[in-house]
Write a protein that binds this ligand. Sequence first.
Ligand SMILES: [Zn+2]
Length: 255
Amino acid sequence: MYIDTHAHLDFDSFDNDRDAVIQRAIENKISTIITIGTNLESSRKAVKYADNYASIYAAVGIHPSDCAEAAEQDYSEIEKLAQHEKVIAIGEIGLDYYRMYTDKETQKKAFKKQIALARKLKLPVIVHNRESQQDVLDMMIAENAAEVSGVLHSFTGTMEFLEQVLKTDFYLSYTGGVTFKNSTTDELIINTPVERMLLETDSPFITPEPFRGKRNEPSYILHTARRIADLKGIKLEELAAITSANARHLFALPE
Ligand SMILES: [Zn+2]
């Protein structure tokens, strides 16, 4: 069984066949999908899906690319949503210096505020970083995110950065990008202990081979898992078992 620890099931590319996508995931041994909010509206939808489907859990939060539009009130609404029993993390939060929809200071304020919220509610954090890795890790350490732990999702970066992250207790998750011919993550995966790893699709984005170019969905996680198992030289079932146990531990999911 697999756990897709990062999907955006609320995105409109799933509007025509969301039920079928969720059903296909179950048929393909994905026992659990964590659907991740990116703003207040998207977080509300994530909670709604978690209410409607036994296999879905939700994370709520304001994404760095959405924090420019977020009002103060949105954060208190996120806090209320986070009380729901199937909300298992605060996310997606972090810093994005690639898209830069808003200035670094605004992004940092939103990130800091939401790490504090996670600590208050004792929920782990799901963290986005793009061309901001050092600031993200420095802030997670400075704001004591270690108290609730978390995951650096869609992990990429240098070996030096990996070494820094491995000195913390945070988890790392890899997406379908690992299956690309020009993938830059092989060495990172080889050097990441499986005990620190989570699997994710980041659906509808970063579709693994052989479906690259199409919409991604949770059932494609198998292709990412197969590539990671090959790189680690372990059996697929072993990778699935360990990464699922990691996800259950981090997000306090039921067995
Ligand atoms: Zn995401």
